[in-house]
Design a protein. Structure first.
Length: 731
């Protein structure tokens, strides 16, 4: 008996691309022959609200009585007609369907302007060099943010473009506040959500509703949707899964949650959902479910007696975006942070290179949980099969690999496979700044379409990096980011302050390291966040090992993740927040490197102890010229044009080879003695990235020495070094 399934993402996540959880699940269910429909209620709610009809409803709901409204809200209400008359055209433009509107938007008398546009004078330098399309996209983003401000003030205080009622989901150890909010009347945004949900229910007639909750900003809407199903369609079973329950609800015991949901699953969803379907078909008891909370005889029970193993990454299928309105997502442009722009601008197909983290040691991270602890890479050829399938189905060639940390060896194999298949793709991912990312590997990644990487520098202090067990040093990070930047790959660093036992001096020195990294041009983007102790990290599990103590060991009946703790330093790290972010804002735009660090703070800080040339010295320190025997040697270039000539000097003459190379941008010619030149031409053909066999350095050396002598002398010679800059890579 077939079970009809509907998988939804409740409001709100991203505007520019669907959150991939339901697509991953649908792809898996396809491999089992199980039909599943999916919906992103977030983008659909936004499009419904931000339309002429939707804005009329917004302004009508706000009402005519403006007592207590801010001057900004009153201005927006007065300009109502200008907003309702332009909104449909602006949304089409942000969907990429109305590009000529950019010319009007850039005239700056087309869009109504409220408080968000006050930023323009300050930020003209930030996007003054942008093209018309980018500038118009930024102006249109400010226009939408003005409308969002009006909605928050006058219509629904919980509204946000990428989160909804997030406050209710953050550190909600008790279910009381969220439960109380759900007893109140549906808000304006709720009603849009529930109307859309009713449409989806009518279309698909599901027996099982799967609700993906990746973030706290989806939680309230998920419960509101589940509440509606329980009240209006009680025959439908409702299950929650996703990032939020995986991290926050692992010790759930509040029975009131099951007034809304029938099941809550943890970690990888494939096997638990398959078991749920079997349970609903009467083929499996509730006790034999997998990693699933349910209410049994009025008590919350964790059901995990299933014998079903988790599926390997090779078995889960290709994500399937069918049913999602891929041509209707909107790209907004926030110019402040280049990496955040990738998050909000353009449509990305999401894939995973490897399940979990191959490092799995960082002490602030939830490494005790399976989604990080269980590491399993996907073969490069299978990844490329999935890439090709997604391009065919979606028409999109942009890929965001959503890894905890993409493994360098797999990135190398994937890049070679992408180039070999002659795929034109654009991709980015998250990495660790480890020494495996050599100059040559970064050149290869760039050639395959990699445009950006993000990685955790965390606290730029070697003592604290060791305490974090990051496995890197600041000097190493400098070298790796230099390699990426030289190759033309943008680098974003996640930065942390307030780690246990971190001193004021270390915070100042960390900021100086970051200043130097940006000044050297090896970092292009970054984001500071304050350390938070989480329940499933080594710091949270064993705080005494990090010289801190948890304030309470009480386990809440609902969410449990963020923990309160005391640090013997007694430092108020909050005081650094504004200065760190303000300095970073300026460094990202290439200015204020000559400011004293003290200028970013309104309280006294110590002078940095970091040498002013620390990063420059790290970048330019000599690297030992040594190629490992096991290194893979790859030639990215074309076949050279060869000519021979005779060279004479002091009465001696010998034959030479001249090899002319051409790439997309330039040409070069190298010369070598004829025997070495002929060997090189032959070997480059074998080393071509388009060949299935990949040669090791040892094999190349052995081939050379069958005919000639002194391979190392030749390999490190000037002609070959020139060729190494032109696409001859040792990986």
């Amino acid at each position: 008996m077939e079970t009809r399934i509907l998988a939804i993402t409740p409001p709100f996540t991203q505007l520019n691309t669907p959150y991939p959880a339901t697509a991953y699940l649908k792809g898996f269910l396809n491999t089992k022959g199980i039909a599943c429909r999916q919906a992103d209620l977030g983008i659909e709610a936004i499009l419904k609200m931000f339309s002429k009809k939707g804005l009329d409803s917004v302004f009508d709901f706000a009402g005519a009585n403006r007592d207590g409204w801010s001057e900004n809200a009153q201005r927006i209400a007065t300009l109502r007609d200008y907003y309702t008359n332009t909104i449909d055209a602006v949304i089409l433009f942000l969907q990429g369907k109305n590009p000529t509107l950019a010319l009007q938007i850039c005239q700056e008398d087309f869009l109504p302007e409220a408080s968000r546009f006050a930023q323009l004078d300050e930020m003209e330098w930030a996007f003054g060099s942008m093209g018309t399309q980018d500038k118009a996209k930024h102006l249109a983003t400010l226009y939408l943010e003005d409308l969002s401000d009006f909605i928050v003030e006058c219509v629904d205080a919980n509204f946000g473009f990428s989160r909804y009622a997030e406050r209710l989901g953050r550190s909600a150890n008790s279910f009381d506040e969220l439960y109380a909010a759900l007893q109140g009347p549906a808000t304006f945004t709720d009603r849009i959500l529930l109307d859309l949900l009713e449409e989806k229910i009518a279309e698909s007639q599901p027996q099982l509703l799967l609700v993906s909750v990746p973030f706290p900003g989806n939680l309230y809407a998920a419960f509101r949707a589940a509440q509606y199903i329980r009240q209006q369609h009680s025959q439908i079973k409702v299950a929650m899964g996703g990032g939020f329950p995986n991290t926050e609800l692992r010790s759930l015991s509040d029975a009131r949650v099951f007034e809304f949901f029938d099941f809550i699953t943890l970690d990888d969803g494939e096997a638990p959902v398959e078991n749920l379907i079997e349970h609903l078909q009467g083929l499996r008891s509730v006790e034999n479910l997998k990693r699933t909370f349910a209410l049994v005889d009025g008590v919350v029970v964790y059901c995990n007696q299933s014998e079903r193993r988790d599926y390997k990454q090779s078995e889960v299928g290709t994500p399937d975006y069918t049913d999602l309105p891929l041509d209707q997502y909107i790209s907004v442009l926030e110019v402040v942070n280049p990496m955040h722009r990738l998050w909000s601008d353009g449509r990305w197909n999401k894939l995973t290179m490897a399940h979990g983290c191959y490092w799995g040691k960082c002490t602030f991270c939830d490494i005790s949980l399976d989604y990080i602890k269980i590491y399993e890479p996907v073969a490069a050829n299978l990844l490329c099969d999935r890439i090709e399938e997604l391009i065919e189905k979606t028409g999109q060639t942009g890929f965001h690999f959503v890894d905890e940390a993409a493994p360098p060896a797999l990135m190398r194999a994937l890049a070679i496979e992408i180039i070999r298949r002659k795929l034109t793709v654009t991709w980015w991912t998250n990495i660790r700044f480890e020494k495996s990312f050599t100059r040559d590997l970064c050149v290869l990644l760039k050639a395959s379409g990699c445009i950006a990487v993000s990685g955790g520098l965390e606290v730029a202090s070697d003592r604290l990096l060791k305490l974090i067990d990051k496995g890197v040093t600041v000097e190493q990070v400098a070298k790796v980011t230099h390699h990426f930047s030289q190759a033309g790959i943008m680098v974003h660093a996640y930065l942390m302050y307030g780690y246990p036992t971190q001193t004021v001096q270390e915070t100042v020195d960390s900021l100086e390291m970051v200043r130097q990294l940006f000044e050297a041009g090896v970092l292009q983007s970054g984001f500071w966040h304050q350390f938070a102790m989480t329940a499933h990290s080594p710091v949270g599990l064993y705080p005494e090992q990090f010289s801190v103590s948890r304030t309470t060991d009480v386990v809440g009946a609902f969410a449990n993740n963020d923990l309160e703790y005391t640090d013997p330093t007694g430092i108020d790290h909050n005081q650094f927040s504004f200065g760190l972010r303000k300095s970073l804002f300026n460094y990202m735009h290439g200015i204020c490197f000559d400011y004293e660090l003290q200028e970013w703070f309104d309280f006294k800080i110590p002078r940095t102890k970091i040498a002013p040339d620390f990063i420059e010295s790290a970048i330019h320190s000599d690297e030992i010229l040594h190629t490992k025997p096991t290194a893979k040697v790859v030639w990215l270039g074309q076949k050279p044009t060869v000519s021979y000539f005779t060279k004479s000097k002091k009465g001696n003459s010998w034959e030479m080879a001249s090899l002319a190379f051409h790439d997309k941008k330039e040409s070069l010619t190298i010369q070598a003695p004829k025997p070495e030149g002929k060997w090189l031409v032959s070997m480059l053909e074998k080393l071509s990235v388009y060949n299935t066999k990949v040669y090791t350095f040892q094999e190349v050396k052995a081939d050379f020495e069958q005919q000639l002598e002194d391979f190392e002398l030749f390999w490190y010679s000037k002609p070959v070094n020139i060729l190494r800059e032109f696409g001859l890579l040792a990986l």
